[in-house]
Ligand binder design. Structure first.
Ligand code: SF4
Length: 374
């Protein structure tokens, strides 16, 4: 893309930013035509940088990438978003060191957005019509470890109390944050969507240990059970990596069994892919590429079967879902329920951005179709 940009317009000022430039600034600066290389901080300055560069004769690339240790959360907020769902970034960076992951190298340590900035951002979004917010970050569960005793659960409770937002959804979370006390507080938050994306990565304790994940399967089991106990109709989605170095057929089957037992609404399955500079890239017992893809296929099929069972139970229960409609596809309007079931309804009404109760009636793709009951 950088080369294409300079080819299309040789006079263009090309500024490169993001994880890749944070990790490899020198090789990016060496690409002919690059004017400026910025890392993952100070993105808000880039319009000023662009203006300055446009006013000067073109010289070699400026490498402005710096170490992210000690930098603050960059104040960057959105104030307008679709009427449906808006993503609110509350945190950057990660203090974990999972053996396969290059993200901490590119994103630096945990930095949390100030609670008052988050509240202001949510208020502004609600005022512009947003119905649902998704709190996101690199390691969202770590929100607040750099603040004084104020953690993610406090932020969620404050958003519910101090704003009018109808739904609060959480993006990917590390399962060990679901302590009994946190689960109890989550259950009492107004508008918290009963859907949690808990990053499992493996259902084998041996593989989790090799991955250097900060939890074991018992903690995940306990978290799922506690959330199911406290929150009606809760659903779970997850990510799994298969073919991690040292994963045997036996430990892979432990993951398969765990995923069946856990009844995830959706499984995102990835083949392990070595990232340069991470410990796992040099681990022995790397799994053959074809074998990794066989495991992906097998687990994807398990995920689909489990989801089908779960959705069939939901249809049989005849419990209406509260659906936020998002897009139209021909005769159908599509949206997501509070527990993140994809729901399609055949209607010519313009309900995008509105919430309606829908009775699910049949399976459809990865979700259900249904009829509006109100
Ligand atoms: S996988 Fe997630 S928790 Fe682990 S190091 Fe990467 S960003 Fe951090």
């Amino acid at each position: 893309m950088i080369r294409r940009a300079t080819r299309v317009n040789p006079d263009a000022v090309v500024i490169v930013t993001g994880c890749s430039s944070q990790l490899h600034p020198d090789s990016i600066a060496a690409i002919p035509g690059v004017s400026y290389v910025s890392g993952n901080d100070r993105k808000m300055n880039l319009p000023d940088v662009a203006r300055d560069l446009l006013l000067r004769p073109k010289t070699g690339a400026v490498n402005a990438v710096r170490d992210l240790a000690g930098v603050q959360f960059e104040r960057a907020s959105i104030t307008r978003a679709p009427r449906t769902r808006a993503f609110v970034k509350i945190e950057d960076g990660c203090n974990c060191r999972c053996a396969y992951c290059a993200i901490p190298l590119a994103r630096g340590p945990v930095r949390s957005k100030a609670p008052s900035d988050v509240i202001d951002e949510v208020r502004a979004l609600v005022a512009s019509g947003t119905r649902e917010i998704v709190l996101t970050g690199i390691e969202t569960a770590a929100y607040g470890i750099d603040l004084d005793g104020y953690r993610l659960i406090d932020l969620i409770a404050d958003i519910a109390d101090k704003t009018e937002v109808e739904r609060i959804r959480l993006s990917s979370l590390s399962p060990e944050m679901m302590t009994p006390a946190t689960v109890k507080r989550l259950a009492s938050v107004r508008g918290l969507a009963p859907h949690f994306h808990l990053s499992l990565q493996s259902g084998s304790d041996a593989v989790l240990a090799a991955m250097r994940r900060p939890y074991r399967t018992k903690q995940v089991r306990d978290a799922l059970a506690a959330l199911r106990e406290e929150i009606p109709c809760v659903t779970f989605t997850t990510d799994v990596i298969v073919g991690f170095p040292g994963e045997t057929e036996e430990t892979f089957l432990e993951t398969v069994a765990f995923c069946r037992e856990a009844r995830f609404l959706r499984l995102h399955v990835f083949p392990y892919s070595p990232r340069p500079g991470t410990p796992a890239a040099d681990f022995p017992d790397q799994v053959d590429g074809e074998e990794k893809h066989r495991r992906v296929r097998e687990l994807v099929k398990v995920g689909r079967d489990v989801a089908k069972d779960l959705l069939s139970d939901l249809i049989a229960a005849k419990t209406p879902l509260s659906v936020l409609f998002e897009t139209r596809d021909g005769e159908y309007l599509t949206g997501h329920s509070e527990n993140y079931v994809e729901v399609k309804v055949k209607t010519d009404r313009d309900l995008a951005g509105q919430i309606r109760r829908v009775l699910p009636t049949a399976l459809s793709g990865e979700g259900v179709t249904g009829v509006i009951t109100e």
